[in-house]
Every structure is written in structure tokens, then in C-alpha cells.
Design a protein around this ligand. Structure first.
Ligand code: C5P
Length: 403
């Protein structure tokens, strides 16, 4: 999926060792569908060459405000006018100080001052430089001027120290740039999501579980973050990475059993929207064995099950009415093998929730694609087959209109 299709990004590079990662960022932005135009400071050219950036982007690289090949010799105006956003990675302490004060003594800083598009910067520097009061003041000024700061992260630094000031990874920067362009329909909202399967232990090595990759729930978490929400993701056992972790707007709680998921969800039920996407085991093991159960010839053990609590129903029962709408607004999921619409409508009424989303098609488990049927008080509506993230974005917009 090309989430940056038709976007023109002006990618600025300032002088810092993290510039060795910027070619990878350019590649990811281009893979996302963007056209990328690079501007480098003089110091940046000590770390990565203009030829590398030109080869990767297929565009000439701009290095100076005195370039006579640009019409009217107005590179600073021409370049920023045609961009949908300026992204600077890495942004050095020096560049941050400069643009936070409105100084403009080279092409990149002049572009920032002359721009009429959003500016996103990924700071990268030694931890002492980041922690210095002067840099912190630059960061505050940039924030106040509406510049989006992506990171920095904490970790191992090129100078051998460990601490705050590391540039976010190219994939994290690209994710945040993509997120930046999404519609902000859930700003100030808290979204709770259960995702993945649960695992009910029979003994320390065996257990029962459900088919679920967690991909749909994680896609909804990402789409909700992109829309500006604060997200709490409660995940059953799965290997997926936390979406947009570097945004600092997501809490992830890992659980194993349905009972653990229930406790975590009830503790976080004070939210605006609850998406119950997890494939929760309907039954738990009544008395899990502390020791591995030994095989006894051909005899199979008798295992006693208990019904697990219904997390969705219990969260829905905490809902209060706010502005005439249920709060939290609860969305259930249905994976049925037959008669999806009838089962989804029945589930919506039985669980006392305003919306149920049915997975259409038998091959949704583990797949990156899905097709959805949304059932609410207005009837039912299909969301056509697409990648799960694309479906999640559409679903988030539908739900945002409801709350
Ligand atoms: O009742 P059924 O399992 O078919 O309903 C599916 C929906 O209910 C899903 O949204 C699922 O996450 C939620 N559910 C739950 N707790 C359970 C069982 C299902 O939250 N114990």
C-alpha cells in the first residue's frame, strides 16, 4: 500500500553521523509513494554524498542557495512551495537552534523560514548536546512554532555513550511521516483495543488457543494513533511489533490468558472507544497442572473447562451515556463461517453494543488482506477488500463519526 502517494517531500539532511541512515529513509518514503527532493547542508556532505541521494531519489540534490540553475535563482521559495512537507533527518543541535530562532544562513534553514508547509524534524546528537538547556530551549521553541519533533530516542550512540539523542530508525521516521498525513479525527480520544489470540494453559507446555495473527487489531491500533488518539493495546501472544511506538502515544500490555486480558481490559475500560478484536478463548482450563501431564499409554486425559468472561460484554456494561451516545463506544468483531450478516446483527443485539464488524471471506487469518462488513444501527455496509491497515483507517473514520 502506498500511503504517501502523490506526496512531495523535501528531505533535509544536516551534519550528523546519523546521516548515514538517511538514504534508507529516502528509500522508504519513495516506497510509500512519495517523490523526494533532497537538500543537504555543507556539514551533511561530510557524512553522506549528494550522489548517493541523487541516485536513490532520481532527483537533483540541492546544496546551496546560490544555485543559478533554478528559475529566478529563488531556490528557497521554489523548493518549499512545491513540497507537501519538509522532513529533516538528522536535525543537528546547530540546525535546531538556527531554525528555532528563524535564522537563515544556508539553503536548508532558509527553506524552513520560507516554507508554507509542515516541518517535521528528527533530532540526532550526543546526549549531552540534547540535554543542554540551549537545545531544550530550541526544542520548546520549535514545538511552540508548530514544528513536529520525531524523537529522539534513547540508546547506543556513535560516540560510545548511551542515552537520549539517538535518531529514530528510518522505518520509525517513515511511519511517523505517513501518520502525519492521515486525517486527525480522534484527537484527544482514548482508544482501547484487544488483539491477537489468548492461550489457556493445560500444563506448563500445553494449551489451547485460537487462530489469530493479531494483524487486524494492530492495524486498528496504528490507524487510531494516526488519527491522533491515545491508544492502549492489550495483546495476546503474538510476535507483532508495537505500532508507532516512538510516538509515545501507545501503551501495550501483553497478556496470555483470557482472564488476564479481561483484567487488563476492565482496568482500562475508562476510554472513548473499545475495539474488541482479540480472538478470545471461550473456555479456560478449570485446573491447569503445575507439572507436565505425563502420557499414560493410549489414555487421553479428561480436561475440565470453565467458561471465560466475555470481555466485550463486561466493558460494554460499564458504558455510560455521554452526549446521547454510549461511552465507551464498543465495537465487536465476528469471524463466522456462514451467514455473516445475520450472525453479526444477532451478536450486536445480544452483546448490547452499537457496532459489530464481520470478517468476510474464509482466508483472513494471518493474511494482510481482509474485507469487512460493518453492522450498526443504520444497517450494514461493506468495506471492500484491501490491506488491513487501509481497512482499519476506513473503520476509524466511520467510528470517529459515531462518537
Ligand atoms: O461471542 P463471540 O466470541 O463470537 O464474539 C466475538 C467478539 O467478542 C469479538 O469482538 C471478541 O473480541 C469478543 N469476545 C470477548 N471476550 C470473549 C469472547 C469474545 O471480548 N470471552
Amino acid at each position: 500500500m502506498q500511503s504517501l502517494l502523490n506526496k512531495k517531500i523535501l528531505l533535509g539532511i544536516s551534519g550528523g553521523i546519523a546521516a548515514y541512515k538517511t538514504p534508507e529513509l529516502a528509500r522508504l518514503l519513495i516506497q510509500g509513494g512519495a517523490s523526494v527532493q533532497v537538500v543537504m547542508t555543507e556539514a551533511a556532505q561530510q557524512f553522506v554524498t549528494p550522489v548517493t541521494m541523487q541516485a536513490l531519489t532520481g532527483n537533483p540534490v540541492y546544496l546551496s542557495q546560490w544555485d543559478s540553475t533554478i528559475p529566478n535563482n529563488m531556490a528557497h521559495i521554489e523548493l518549499s512551495r512545491s513540497a507537501d512537507a519538509i522532513v529533516i533527518a538528522p536535525a543537528s543541535a546547530d540546525l535546531m537552534a538556527k531554525i528555532s530562532l528563524g535564522l537563515a544562513d544556508d539553503l536548508l534553514s532558509t527553506l524552513c523560514l520560507a516554507r508554507d508547509c509542515p516541518l517535521l524534524i528528527a533530532p540526532a546528537m550526543n546526549k549531552q548536546m540534547w540535554e543542554h538547556a540551549a537545545t531544550q530551549r530550541s526544542a520548546q521553541r520549535l514545538n511552540a512554532n508548530g514544528v513536529a519533533l520525531l524523537g529522539p530516542a534513547s540508546g547506543f550512540q556513535a560516540c560510545g555513550e548511551v542515552g537520549m539523542g539517538r535518531m529514530l530508525e528510518p522505518s520509525e521516521i517513515a511511519e511517523q511521516v505517513i501518520a502525519f498525513f492521515q486525517k486527525k479525527s480522534l484527537i484527544g480520544k482514548k482508544v482501547l483495543i484487544t488483539a491477537g489470540p489468548t492461550f489457556e494453559a493445560i500444563d506448563p507446555v500445553r494449551g489451547i488457543t485460537n487462530h489469530s495473527s493479531g494483524k487486524m487489531g494492530f492495524a486498528i491500533a496504528r490507524a487510531a494513533l494516526e488519527a491522533g488518539a491515545q491508544v492502549h493495546l492489550i495483546a495476546g501472544p503474538c510476535t507483532l511489533e508495537t505500532p508507532l511506538e516512538a510516538s509515545g502515544k501507545i501503551i501495550r500490555t501483553n497478556v496470555t490468558s483470557a482472564k488476564e486480558m479481561h483484567t487488563a481490559a476492565m482496568n482500562a475500560a475508562d476510554c472513548d472507544v473499545f475495539f474488541a478484536v482479540a480472538a478470545v478463548a471461550d473456555w479456560g482450563i478449570a485446573k491447569p497442572s503445575k507439572e507436565k501431564i505425563k502420557r499414560q499409554g493410549k489414555e487421553a486425559p479428561n480436561i475440565e473447562f470453565n467458561a471465560n468472561p466475555d470481555i466485550l460484554v463486561d466493558v460494554a456494561q460499564t458504558a455510560k451515556t455521554k452526549n446521547g451516545k454510549p461511552h465507551p463506544y464498543c465495537v465487536g468483531f465476528a469471524a463466522e463461517s456462514t451467514d455473516l450478516e445475520a450472525h453479526a446483527s444477532e451478536k450486536r443485539k445480544r452483546k448490547g453494543i452499537p457496532m459489530v464488524v464481520g470478517n468476510i471471506g474464509p482466508d483472513t487469518f494471518g493474511s494482510d488482506l481482509n474485507e469487512l462488513l460493518v453492522v450498526d444501527d443504520a444497517g450494514s455496509k461493506k468495506i471492500a477488500k484491501a490491506e488491513k491497515l487501509q481497512l482499519a483507517r476506513q473503520l476509524i473514520q466511520l467510528v470517529a463519526k459515531k462518537i
